[in-house]
Ligand binder design. Structure first.
Ligand code: ZN
Length: 262
């Protein structure tokens, strides 16, 4: 469930660790490449940035990638910028930790303190990467232009919802944000991508730039009109009161309004 917006929240909070030296690293070897601990220990964190849904920690050696899967979450200096993920367990068990990374800095020289970065992932669908090639990602969802979306879609004939979830088309969109953007753009999720008019593509790009920063400011991808409560009830459309529709598209549940989304 963590989407680009959640990764953006963690990336912003993780700016606190920039400039620090990594003192010690522990990781769950089942989700990390060989050499992850050796490559990161002793390195200095130079930059923390987001690529789509991935948080990338650039050091003076390797770049460490944090991929959150369906239930991954991040704590920075013992604090969770997002306290609880929707659809994930509200519990926090140490055996679900996949990364613990301690740093050395002025006020924290003891390894007994909370890790500077701690990734916890109950379902273990996330992973850690070293120097991952993320060049295949599409344009970022928060700044998407209609030209970028047109180029990303190419001649794809799949449902527009499926195309928007393809990270090569747009980077950072997940299930909730894709539904939210289509809801505001007035485009039905089942529409074949190659049937969209230039105006509809423009509208989807505009809604990415308009809706997503608003959701980000509100706390993330669950704060839209199609909130988890509205989605699970499949009640009336928040805009026009018509009954919402819900069905699986590309293996993910799509929620939309058949009245104003055409
Ligand atoms: Zn509606």
């Amino acid at each position: 469930m963590p989407e680009g917006l959640e990764a953006e929240i963690w990336t912003r909070a993780a700016q606190a660790v920039v400039g620090r030296e990594i003192a010690k690293v522990w990781c769950d070897e089942r989700v990390a490449p060989l050499g992850f601990v050796e490559s990161s220990t002793g390195a200095t964190i130079e930059k923390v940035r987001r690529c789509g849904k991935v948080v990338v920690i650039d050091t003076d050696g390797s770049s460490l990638g944090l991929h959150f899967g369906m239930t991954g979450r991040l704590e920075i200096d013992g604090t969770a910028p997002i306290p609880r993920l929707e659809y994930a367990s509200g519990r926090d068990r140490a055996e679900w930790d996949r990364l613990r990374l301690w740093t050395v800095h002025d006020h924290q020289t003891s390894l007994s303190t909370a890790p500077a970065l701690r990734m916890n992932d109950p379902r273990r669908l996330g992973k850690l990467t070293l120097d991952a090639d993320l060049s295949g990602l599409g344009a970022d969802c928060l700044t998407l232009t209609s030209d970028e979306l047109t180029a990303g879609l190419g001649r794809r004939r799949v449902a527009i919802k499926s195309a928007l979830l393809d990270q090569r088309v747009v980077a950072g969109l997940g299930n909730l944000c894709a539904d939210e953007v289509l809801f505001h753009a007035g485009v039905a999720p089942r529409r074949p991508a190659d049937s969209l008019t230039p105006e509809e593509i423009e509208s989807i790009g505009a809604q990415c730039r308009r809706c997503l920063p608003r959701l980000l400011a509100a706390g993330g991808s669950t704060h839209g009109e199609l909130s988890p409560e509205v989605r699970s009830a499949a009640g009336p459309c928040p805009l026009d009161g018509a009954p919402l529709a819900r069905m699986a598209i590309g293996g993910r549940t799509a929620v939309w309004c058949p009245t104003h989304q055409r």
